[in-house]
Ligand binder design. Structure first.
Ligand SMILES: [Zn+2]
Length: 167
């Protein structure tokens, strides 16, 4: 009897591989240096799900880029996306420090750990949008933006991202 229960439990553990992923397939959040799963709730699966829901919701309403305002399409781009978390808020070399990175072809993003331990303070939703665009924004760049964020102002993308920061 005990044996069966154990077997059942382990079967349960095996099939819960997606416990750390959002409905669109984002996660888990892992330590950038060790690759270990991050257990802190601020960036746990509930937080990732919340961030995902928020950005999809606001993109549907603000963004003019069809890859972004179509919820199903945007969600589909996030499958198998890993999230690496740096222990610091910023990293890199002095003068070119960052607090977020999107590696579209490698299927991962990197974010920093903010002092207030809130995902809304991170670059999470910003990096998710890079992935939704496959790191290929609609060019030319306008509004004083660089090529990586070419259409983010004129197409309402920054508006959507900013909206996710509001508590
Ligand atoms: Zn960016």
């Amino acid at each position: 009897m005990k044996w069966t229960l154990l077997l059942l439990l382990s079967a349960c553990a095996t099939s819960s591989g997606d416990t750390y992923k959002t409905r669109c397939g984002v996660g888990p959040a892992m330590d950038f240096y060790t690759g270990e799963l991050i257990k802190e709730s601020w960036i746990g699966v509930d937080a990732l799900q919340w961030a995902e829901d928020e950005i999809l919701w606001y993109l549907e309403r603000h963004a003019k880029d069809p890859r972004l305002y179509n919820r199903k399409v945007a969600c589909g781009t996030l499958t198998q996306l890993k999230v690496f978390v740096h222990p610091t808020w910023k990293w890199g070399t002095p003068g070119s420090e960052v607090s977020g990175v999107a590696m579209c072809h490698m299927r991962y993003i990197e974010i920093g750990t903010p002092e207030d331990l809130k995902w809304t303070s991170t670059a999470l939703t910003h990096e998710l949008v890079h992935v939704m665009q496959d790191c290929k924004p609609v060019r030319p760049a306008e509004d004083g933006l660089d090529n990586d964020h070419a259409n983010w102002e004129r197409d309402g993308i920054f508006d959507a991202i900013r909206a996710t920061w509001t508590p």
